[in-house]
Design a protein around this ligand. Structure first.
Ligand SMILES: Nc1ncnc2c1ncn2[C@@H]1O[C@H](COP(=O)(O)OP(=O)(O)OP(=O)(O)O)[C@@H](O)[C@H]1O
Length: 492
């Protein structure tokens, strides 16, 4: 189907009320006169953000190419005075943050959370597969249309502002809840440490790449908690304290008394797995292996890998060799990582890591174009998503998908007349059942500083061991990549 062309002249749009205001832009509802269609226009003042117009325009073009029902695309963009106008579909339901604020102050019910997150994951998967990183996943950027469709908004131009640092500056560095973008912050700090200690370039390359990708997964976990509680973890504390708490404390999770209302899928599934007949288990692990084998086929498998795959194909008993199924999967992933390292070596040999800019390594699309490591990088992203899948997220999603049709149907029915002018509150009250009362215990749970390692961080208030984090992070990327989804899945 041919794409509808949207006019690129300001006079073809009639601006109505402001529907949102972010750090870098104002969003207004508007009428596209030639199409007689209500749309939203994001007006970015690039003088205020101090951003480079070229890079913003380039990113705006990327937004136009987006073609996924869970990622908000832009119809077109153009410059007016010192503003960039980005024309987007109008999301009449507003953001999940708005909906929560107006109708669900204590967060959504599990089913709604699962439904929303499943859609967000699909959007993220789409972006990651194309080498993009969203960088700002949060309830405020999960938008709902008049039919209950969920889209991940604020991608593209906004991500570009993040990359250039302008957005964080315009946010006064820590306006909002840094918990979402803790990785971004650590990223900047680690970049400084790299420069000081001059780590081997491939470690740095790999860390930066993985780090950026993981930022989305971390934010995804934080967003899950935000949807569950009505606010993000530590949201009542000042930004710097949040930063320290995030480093020192165990990863936030669903561990309040009121969180008992959420099902403990992890345990249930583990139990179910224990009871699962052997044949079924084998079927599942075979599927996992096939997936990994496909990915690994990008590289010639190492001898060891071939050996264990052959064993598996022959139906021999891995346990006899002391290799559990999980170890084997990890082993395959590690082999792939090693190959990635080698490819990085070949590609970047002789280039000092210091010259590899953060931006360059963060956008894998650029790498895809310029180097032979495009495929491995891509594969790494697939792993990231599949690792997320292999934890509880899909199980959670499954719950969502069971009733999603009904939910969406009821949303559509109840919104049959939903005018595009409906307020988020009106639309929300039609869309979602009240969450019921749940004691809103704020995030003042003060967990003890981690002395023993939990999650990524081994940090005390006196000494932040970034070098250890960095190296460990790089070497154990496969095992640790699941952290945010793990803490998320461990509780949902
Ligand atoms: N296409 C859209 N349709 C309807 N509402 C929208 C649309 N795009 C954005 N909004 C609303 O405008 C608000 C502001 O969006 P914007 O992307 O500028 O800022 P933000 O992401 O909330 O803030 P920041 O830029 O600080 O991250 C969103 O939270 C959302 O409620």
């Amino acid at each position: 189907m041919e794409r509808r062309k949207y006019p690129m002249r300001p006079e073809d749009y009639v601006l109505f009320e402001t529907i949102g205001q972010g750090a870098s832009a104002v969003v207004q509802r508007a009428l596209c006169v030639p199409h007689n269609e209500i749309i939203a226009v994001k007006i970015i003042d690039f003088e205020r953000t101090g951003s480079d117009l070229d890079s913003i325009s380039r990113e705006a073009q990327t937004m136009i190419l987006i073609d996924h029902h869970n990622v908000l695309k832009s119809h077109c963009s153009f410059v007016k005075d010192h503003n960039l106008w980005v024309v987007m579909p109008y999301m009449a339901g507003g953001s999940c943050l708005h909906i929560m604020k107006s109708a669900f102050p204590n967060g959504f019910e599990e089913l709604i959370i699962a439904t929303v997150l499943k859609e967000v994951l699909k959007g993220l998967e789409y972006l990651h597969h194309r080498g993009h990183i969203h960088r700002d996943v949060k309830a405020g950027n999960i938008l709902v249309d008049s039919k209950g469709g969920v889209k991940l908004g604020d991608f593209g131009v906004s991500a570009c502002l993040f990359v250039s640092g302008d957005r964080q500056r315009s946010r006064n560095t820590f306006v909002g809840t840094p918990c979402w973008f803790i990785y971004e912050t650590l990223d900047s700090l680690s970049a400084i440490i790299f420069r000081v200690f001059i780590l081997p370039y491939r470690i740095r390359f790999f860390l930066l790449l993985g780090w950026h990708l993981r930022a989305d997964i971390w934010s995804f976990g934080i967003t899950a908690l935000e949807l569950a509680h009505g606010h993000a973890p530590f949201s009542k504390y000042p930004p710097m304290k949040v930063l320290l708490m995030t480093l020192q404390n165990a990863p936030p999770g669903l561990d309040y008394e009121s969180d008992k209302k959420f099902s403990r899928e992890k345990e249930e599934n583990l139990l179910a797995e224990k009871k699962m007949p052997d044949g079924k288990k084998e079927e599942i692990s075979q599927a996992e292996r096939n997936l990994l084998q496909n990915k690994s086929s990008i590289f010639p498998p190492s001898d060891e890998t071939t050996y264990s795959l052959r064993d598996q194909a022959d139906g021999s008993d891995n346990e006899k060799k002391g290799i559990t199924e999980q170890q084997e999967v990890m082993h395959l992933q590690r082999t792939e990582m090693d190959n990635l390292h080698q490819n990085c070596d070949a590609e970047f040999n002789g280039q000092c890591a210091l010259s590899v800019s953060e931006k360059k390594v963060s956008t894998t699309s650029e790498l895809d174009e310029n180097s032979a490591i495009g495929s491995p990088t891509h594969s790494f992203q697939e792993q990231l998503i599949s690792t997320t899948r292999s934890t509880d997220v899909p199980k959670l999603s499954k719950v969502g998908s069971l009733k999603q049709q009904n939910l969406q149907q009821s949303i559509i029915n109840s919104n049959g007349e939903a005018s595009q002018n409906g307020s988020p509150a009106e639309i929300a009250s039609k869309m979602f059942k009240p969450a019921g009362s749940s004691g809103d215990e704020f995030d003042d749970k003060s967990k003890l500083p981690i002395v023993q390692q939990k999650g990524h961080f081994k940090v005390t208030s006196e000494s932040i061991q970034f070098d250890k984090i960095c190296i460990r992070d790089c070497r154990d990327a496969v095992t640790e990549i699941t952290l945010p989804s793990l803490f998320f899945s461990a509780h949902l």
